[in-house]
Design a protein around this ligand. Structure first.
Ligand code: PEP
Ligand code: MG
Length: 543
């Protein structure tokens, strides 16, 4: 038995077999090749293996998303056969006498840079594809295969770290828990774990080389512990805890269908946060009153190219229809910082959280933004959709957004398709937006306070930096004062205000939020009934 402690991001318990996810961030090392012809033969073998994988991916994608979207895998197959690319790799191995992994990685970077520098948008977008095929080749060369979720039994995923794009690609039915060596409690991967109801521990000082697939492990999010090869006694203890948790959850089920009302009669909306169409199941299961934050950028992650307007329209429409008339607040693209997709070619930034991200990309690359707005407005004709914009810092940005919305409307008019201009709100997640919330309230229909970023920007604490977890204090007086101020400014203009950051689910603050007069709390689906319980037990306003 080996025990480690970590930081818990979702307080559940799981027991099951380990599946180790090897580091996908390849640190390719340069090594001298003793036998260059053998290295070249390894490249040929890796190309063959990659072709096979791409063929399988193509077949799977055709079935799941149709031929048009699957075509990218055929493009990758063609690129792998490109003579210039292959000759360049072999040349490098011969002339510099280096290992195959290094030659592939360097050639991939060189080609990708050449494509990124081209004027033609189509060719520019191929830069990410070159990176992708080179990564695949390196993975095949170094035996770091991707996890095969098709054949894998439900397992506890053990990894150095997980990016949001890796996490969204996983088959949630096959994941019992996550345990990672790195990661911060405020990262999007942690948020995803909470959204999926999956016990998760981060910052666990394990040595991945000492852990093997199939080993039994207990992940105890309540004690922030992970136990490899547990004793029979520990296993039994964990089973009892799992049963207790199940019973607690069953008790919460009695709150389904009940109102979110305090003992004094004050009501509040409790909505849920989602990242994909499939999460709507959790929303319904937990009886949320609506969706307060659909992180639309997750539709863009884990892909090789931008989702088309049609793909987005179908996703938004499906969510609106599945939730049958309840409110769905869709946040426009909030890509950047820890949410990266190679095809955006955002480049490396010193300070990505304060960089070219979210609404800034949308205001500069209006084609991307307009495609999303058209999809949203078309979907709004099929349900109760609202739209909100992230990372706002000024009234000028909001006015600029409205101009772009108008252009998108004109385009839809020309296309003669049905659409509706939805209610439009903004996220309040920068101190600037808080300070001018009186002016912003006059322009928009509602505010949703993003406490995750608001805490990061107010306290000057990078939410991704695991060393700062102890300093990241969303209970800081400054944050609570800001929430109160924003709520008051919204109400003065007859607008509503809610919280969609993780703080909304903090049961220690539910009473405080009710006192402040917040109109809505949007929390991960697993927290909806717990917050409802806290609201129903609250004595706010009782004399
Ligand atoms: C927030 O910043 O609080 C928020 C809800 O958005 P995200 O966590 O996706 O940045
Ligand atoms: Mg945010």
């Amino acid at each position: 038995m080996i025990k480690f402690s970590g930081k818990s991001v979702y307080k559940g318990i799981a027991v099951g077999p380990v599946a180790v996810l090897k580091n996908n961030d390849f640190q390719v090392k340069r090594a001298k090749a003793e036998d260059v012809e053998a290295e070249i033969a390894r490249v040929e073998e890796a190309v063959e293996k990659s072709q096979e994988q791409l063929g399988q991916l193509y077949d799977k994608a055709v079935k799941e998303v149709g031929e048009a979207s699957a075509a990218i895998f055929e493009v990758h197959q063609m690129m792998l056969e490109d003579d210039d690319y292959r000759d360049s790799i072999c040349n490098m191995i011969r002339t510099e006498q280096v290992n195959a992994e290094y030659a592939v990685a360097v050639t991939g970077d060189n080609f990708s840079e050449i494509f990124a520098g081209m004027d033609d948008d189509y060719m520019k977008a191929r830069a990410a594809d070159i990176k992708d095929i080179s990564n695949r080749l390196v993975r095949c060369l170094s035996g770091q295969e991707n996890m095969d979720f098709e054949t894998m039994e439900p397992s506890v995923i053990i990894a150095e770290d997980l990016s949001p794009s890796e996490t969204v690609q996983m088959d949630k039915k096959k994941i019992l828990a996550f345990v990672t060596v790195h990661g911060s409690t405020n990262s999007h991967t942690a948020i995803l774990a909470r959204m999926m109801n999956i016990p998760a521990l981060i910052g666990v000082p394990m040595d991945l080389d000492e852990i093997h697939n199939g080993q039994t492990v207990i992940v105890d999010g309540l004690k922030s512990e992970v136990i490899f090869d547990p004793t029979e006694e520990e296993r039994c203890e964990a089973e009892v805890k799992i049963q207790n948790e199940k019973e607690k959850l069953e008790l919460l089920q009695t709150l389904k269908g009940k109102e979110n009302v305090t003992l004094s009669g004050r009501k509040i909306h409790i909505y849920a946060n989602i990242g994909s169409v499939s999460d709507v199941g959790y929303v319904l299961e937990n009886d949320a009153g609506g969706i307060g934050l659909f992180r639309s950028e997750f539709l863009y992650l884990g892909k090789d190219d931008f989702p088309t307007e049609e793909e987005q329209f179908q996703a938004y429409k499906q969510v609106a229809q599945m939730i049958a008339g309840k409110k769905v607040i869709i946040r426009t693209l909030d890509i950047g910082a820890d949410k990266q997709a190679d095809y955006f070619n955002l480049g490396k930034e010193e300070n990505p959280a304060m960089g070219y991200r979210a609404i800034r990309i949308c205001l500069k690359q209006t084609d991307i933004f307009k495609a999303q707005l058209r999809a949203l407005m078309r979907a709004a004709a099929f349900g109760n959709i609202s739209v909100m914009y992230p990372m706002i810092t000024s009234t000028e940005e909001v006015l600029q957004i409205f101009e772009i919305v108008k252009e998108a409307q004109k385009e839809l008019d020309a296309m003669q398709v049905p659409y509706k201009v939805p209610e439009q709100g903004i996220m309040i997640e920068t101190p600037a937006a808080v300070m001018i919330s009186d002016e912003l309230a006059e322009l928009v229909d509602f505010f949703s306070i993003g406490t995750n970023d608001l805490t990061q920007y107010t306290l000057a604490i990078d939410r991704q930096n695991e060393r700062l977890d102890d300093f990241y204090n969303p209970h800081h007086k400054a944050i609570l004062k800001m929430i109160r101020m924003v709520t008051e400014n919204a109400h003065k203009c007859g607008k509503w205000a809610g919280i969609c950051g993780e703080l909304g689910a903090d049961l220690e603050l539910t009473e405080e939020f009710l006192k402040m007069g917040l109109d809505e709390l949007s929390v991960s689906p697993s927290m909806v009934l717990k917050v409802r319980k806290a609201v129903r037990e609250s004595r706010v306003g009782v004399n």
